[in-house]
Design a protein around this ligand. Structure first.
Ligand SMILES: [Fe+2]
Ligand SMILES: [Fe+2]
Length: 258
């Protein structure tokens, strides 16, 4: 089975890249399953029901979110009915939505979940390690896949080593910068600190560069406007997993620029 992961899809630039290349990647690489991060798909901030449907129409099987889960108010209208949408598992218990999904693929049960890091994230969260441990005890599955949404590389790496051999694939999201560290951990977990971003290449992690430069030069508050001009990128990772042994056998970084 081949799984395609797509890094944070940012605004119109990100959607345009999906329109241009996703079908080509899916068919030429014989992808069976797509997991995409959609926390920035609506004008850089959150997701709407229409953009959730846009992703499903593009053959995305599961959409993950992150710290921008509730940034667009439309989420409250559909999150509890959206069967293919997950937000961080370690939000407090009363938060709407779900933190994991278990699906059947051929004869395999696959549990996909997301946790959010607590370092530099400025969010009220339970411990991602403890919540993951609880999930692994509670939900028995052939394959576990984790989207670790976090800022600190050390937190992501520590988490990956802690769960090495128990979670089949751990990929990071949130920083919008693709890391050059995709590898198998000693006990077989496929790990990559960050998938990167699908959106404008010449902005500052998706946002108009002039605005962010001004912010750093002056310290004054600025309005974040998505960068929609210039070059665009599509970032992700393809992971091949053996249907019988459940071991990762191959992987390929995706970094396309237009
Ligand atoms: Fe994020
Ligand atoms: Fe993001």
């Amino acid at each position: 089975m081949k799984i395609l992961f797509i890094g944070d899809i940012f605004s119109a630039s990100g959607r345009e890249m999906l329109d241009l290349y996703l079908e080509e990647i899916r068919t030429t690489k014989n992808i069976n399953f797509i997991i995409a991060n959609g926390e920035n798909i609506a004008h850089g901030n959150g997701i709407t029901n229409n953009y959730y449907k846009f992703l499903l129409d593009h053959h995305v099987n599961i959409v993950t979110l992150g710290n921008h889960t509730f940034a667009n108010h439309d989420i409250f209208n559909f999150i509890d009915d959206a069967k293919n949408l997950i937000r961080p598992l370690n939000y407090p218990d009363k938060v709407p939505g779900r933190g994991y999904i278990t699906i059947k693929y051929n004869n395999l049960s696959i549990t996909v979940f997301q946790v959010m890091g607590r370092t530099f994230m400025n969010a009220i969260l339970d411990c991602p390690f403890v919540k993951t441990e609880e999930l692994l005890q509670k939900v028995k599955s052939d394959i576990y896949i984790c989207d670790f949404h976090g800022e600190a590389t050390s937190e992501k790496i520590a988490y990956a080593h802690h769960f090495d051999g128990r979670i089949n694939i751990i990929v990071g999201t949130h920083t919008h910068v693709q890391t050059n560290d995709a590898h198998l951990l000693p006990n077989g977990t496929m790990y990559m600190t960050d998938l990167g971003m699908t959106g404008a290449l010449d902005g500052v992690i998706g946002v108009e560069n002039e605005t962010i430069i001004k912010k750093f030069l002056t310290g004054l508050p600025v309005r974040h406007t998505p960068m929609e001009k210039g070059r665009k990128q599509l970032n992700g990772l393809v992971v091949e997993i053996n249907d019988t042994t459940h071991k990762v056998t191959n992987f390929e970084i995706i970094n396309m620029v237009k």
